[in-house]
Design a protein around this ligand. Sequence first.
Ligand SMILES: Cc1ncc(COP(=O)(O)O)c(C=O)c1O
Length: 363
Amino acid sequence: MFTTPTLTVSLPAIVANWQTLRARFTGDECAAVVKADAYGLGALEVSHALADAGCHTFFVATLEEAIELRAALPDVRILVFHGVLAGEEFAFAAHRLIPVLNSLPQIERWKPVAAEHVHAVSALHIDTAMGRMGLQVGEFAALMKENPQILEQCRTGLILSHFACAPEVENPLNTEQRRLFQQALALAPEIPASLCNSGGIYLPKENHFQLARPGCSLYGIAPQSNATNPMQQVATWSAPILMTRTLERDQTIGYGATVSASKGTRIATIASGYADGYLRHLTGKAIGYIGDHAVPLIGRVTMDMLCFDVSSVPEALAHDGASITLLGDKDGIRVDDVAEKAGTIGYEILTRIGPRVKRVYVK
Ligand SMILES: Cc1ncc(COP(=O)(O)O)c(C=O)c1O
């Protein structure tokens, strides 16, 4: 009924990416990170597709995300990166959710839950370089010395840490993090471990351990910098052309009158803008596509509209009601291309795509 911008999400491409990552991973299990609504693409649809393909373990950031996912998938393992906050203990137990315990207070909070509920299990986060969440290695060693039973008391079934620079294969910090992680694991050698995000899976196999937790590469973002991206593109953002016009005189386009266009230039205005997550930093840099024709963005990105110079495209293709593709599987509009132009990362491009952009799923 409405002509809106659409984000077409290919679930088969996400499943294919998960299979590619799983095939590359030498450990036992490849999980999926579906936090932030599966990086903006729709956590429930993505998780259903991955569960159908055999994925059994899912990571989200918050309890609220986890409860929603649990309602949709009663039988999978769901881990919550933020861990258990004060007052959330009962909900974790009731929904059979697994907190990633990040601090001594979180560990203390979980102990009575694990004592009371036989099915309440947890994961433990060791910080090896990020400095944001997780026990430091010395802190963990001191805790184990003070209470050697602590992991049984918390029913800890996984120990994890997170790479800071995984996409950079040569970065020496990767080796240093692995060394610190192994130091921590030596105190609990029987517990499965997880270190790899998407980038980690493409590091040498001594980094792999038992469980991988890829996120971004499921959604088409390259796992490594400076290497060919083996992932399929997953998301296509298209927006309808609201109107076209041929300039009857030389004039400026858009706010600030920062760009001039000459008489005869054809402008197509489409329904998307920074309110939809099309970043304003793309001004002056981005392109879109009409079919196979690349068209440059012209003038500033505004809240709900973008202008493209469609002078090079036959009028039969660039007209009111046709559409321009802003993100997809073509040169210059792949998620990492758009991110580079905006001076950011693919994660931000995907997670910023707003609710006005209607999600459509290819099953
Ligand atoms: C702790 C943790 N593990 C795994 C991931 C997934 O990482 P990526 O999206 O780089 O694969 C994230 C994402 O931010 C994370 O915070």
